[in-house]
Design a protein around this ligand. Structure first.
Ligand SMILES: Cc1cc2nc3c(=O)[nH]c(=O)nc-3n(C[C@H](O)[C@H](O)[C@H](O)COP(=O)(O)OP(=O)(O)OC[C@H]3O[C@@H](n4cnc5c(N)ncnc54)[C@H](O)[C@@H]3O)c2cc1C
Length: 479
């Protein structure tokens, strides 16, 4: 069996490891357009913010018998009749099964002065390690930056640059920030929090053109305003990279259309990660990409014939120092039957909103310090019933009542609680690792991949391990 994986990003790298672990004799070729070994794209925000180095964000090298990993190799065509892929250098590589893991590319809006194939010197998108290097190069010695786009990525870039001492203006076309995850109330509090951190948000502002010269870059808005800065970061969203699939005649809508077994319209070709469209939805987060890698590895290696990809609810967290933000589900559902509760304290930078369907959480936004955030995420993940006194979730504690069941206390966490969102690792899975002999965080990570995504669960995994060590008795280890 010869498997060729196109794309050596987060999904492609994980898939190669999953395949190799299942069948050490499989011949696996991974072709990646980026010149370096795969890295944790999520952590580029931490690299930009100066919290991590390039070596911190590199993913573990995949190597072994039968594995041929080739960074710096772009695939330019697929010949489905001959079952070969052709590289940009003209090499033809045969496959028995082909997996497309080509990810997304940054969207550059069609504005005068912005040619996506040749961005001006002081303008950068924020998708790859090379983009990040370019931003950091330009930010060195700079005093001001404009970020076009107030979505998750734009705000993480803005926070990173502000943390480096730049005065940052965020220009956003919509009336509120992160409109896919937040409602206007949360955005209003976030605008204030950002202002305290040296970031000014301009909402409802349509960009009209960009003019760049050696000394700086100017963004003009449709209503006649302009912002001059040393650096412009364009963070206007991403588009699934489907050009190869489209040229090969595969079914493509917004992404490459796949079924529950991640097969495209050609049964010898699968697609996973940001480039794939499953059940009408395209990705954009690492948890589904890694789950798809696991499922497709099982399908190709001939494991469980019933294995199917089932999307799980996703939680979005902003990785920006000084801003605690978690959003999940639909923040503003149209159904009037839903119960909606919110609490705002702009002066303290706090906003909470719960959307409840019957006694289940359908969505939530928690901005600012809220001790119940772990509990809320667990309830959302598991579809557990919300407490009768909603204040325990909304405020973290009700008057005269102790804080909501502290999700961080391992003893009180149910086994089904998801600890690592990116890798869908539950407390129960970590306890099973312990029972199987894992005694260090590294051993737990090796067995489950926990903490290897955004890394925000590291404290929780440490806490569970400490709890297991402290309660090192057969009774507790069996819980
Ligand atoms: C700054 C930043 C922060 C993020 N934060 C989060 C977060 O907090 N949580 C979260 O869940 N997600 C986050 N994401 C999104 C996450 O990184 C993606 O969902 C994830 O990388 C998808 O993995 P992928 O392998 O599908 O795509 P990618 O990681 O983009 O990898 C695709 C690879 O395929 C290569 N490729 C494309 N075409 C070809 C070709 N023709 N030949 C060879 N190679 C090709 C590309 O060069 C790329 O290396 C973030 C993204 C960015 C940029």
């Amino acid at each position: 069996m010869r498997v060729v994986v196109v794309g050596y990003g987060m999904a492609g790298a994980r898939l190669a490891g999953e395949l190799h672990a299942r069948d050490a004799d499989m011949k696996i070729t991974v072709l990646g357009a980026e010149a370096h070994r795969a890295y944790n794209r999520i952590l580029l925000s931490s690299l930009l913010a100066g919290k991590m180095s390039e070596s911190d964000v590199a993913l573990a090298e995949i190597a072994g018998h039968g594995l041929d990993v080739r960074p710096g190799v772009t695939v330019s065509a697929i010949d489905r009749a001959d079952r070969t892929v052709r590289t940009a250098a003209g090499e033809a590589i045969e496959y028995d099964h082909l997996v497309l893991a080509t990810g997304s590319r940054a969207l550059v809006p069609p504005l005068p002065g912005l040619d996506p194939t040749r961005l001006p010197e002081r303008v950068a998108v924020f998708r790859t390690l090379d983009d990040c290097r370019r931003i950091l190069r330009t930010a060195t010695g700079a005093r001001t930056a404009v970020v076009l786009g107030g979505g998750l990525l734009g705000l993480e870039a803005a926070r990173g640059l502000a943390g480096r001492g730049l005065d940052v203006q965020v220009v956003h076309a919509v009336g509120h920030l992160m409109e896919r995850q937040l409602d206007p109330g949360a955005s209003a509090v976030l605008v204030r929090t950002l202002a305290d951190l040296g970031i000014t948000a301009h909402l409802d502002t349509t960009a009209a053109s960009v003019a760049a010269d050696d000394a700086g870059v100017t963004l003009h808005s449709a209503d006649g305003r302009e912002w001059r800065a040393d650096l412009l970061v364009v963070a206007c969203g991403v588009r699934p990279e489907t050009s190869l699939a489209q040229a090969a005649g595969l079914a493509v809508e917004r992404g490459i259309v796949v079924d529950d077994r991640l097969r495209t319209s050609d049964r010898r070709i699968s697609a996973i990660g940001d480039c794939a469209q499953h059940d009408g939805a395209v990705g954009g987060l690492v948890a589904p990409a890694w789950e798809q890698a696991r499922v497709v590895a099982q399908v190709i290696a001939g494991g469980d014939p019933l294995t199917r990809y089932r999307p799980l609810p996703t939680v979005t967290r902003l990785k920006a120092a000084g801003i605690d933000l978690a959003a999940m589900g639909d923040p503003a559902p149209a159904d009037p039957a839903y119960e909606e509760l919110s609490f705002t304290d702009p002066a303290r930078g706090t906003y909470a909103r719960l959307v409840i369907d019957g006694d289940r959480l359908a969505g939530a936004i928690l901005l600012g310090d809220n001790p119940a955030v772990g509990t809320v995420i667990q309830l959302f993940d598991r579809g557990g019933p919300v407490p009768a006194d909603r204040r325990t979730l909304l405020l973290g504690r009700a008057a005269g009542v102790p804080a909501a069941a502290p999700a961080g206390t391992p003893a009180l966490m149910p086994d089904a609680a998801t600890v690592c969102q990116c890798n869908t690792v539950t407390k129960g899975a970590l306890v099973r690792c312990w029972r199987a002999g894992a005694r260090s965080v590294d051993e737990m990570i090796a067995a489950t991949h926990a903490t290897t995504g955004c890394g925000t669960c590291r404290d929780a995994v440490d806490g569970i391990l400490d709890w297991l060590h402290a309660a090192d008795t057969p009774e507790v280890a069996r819980r």
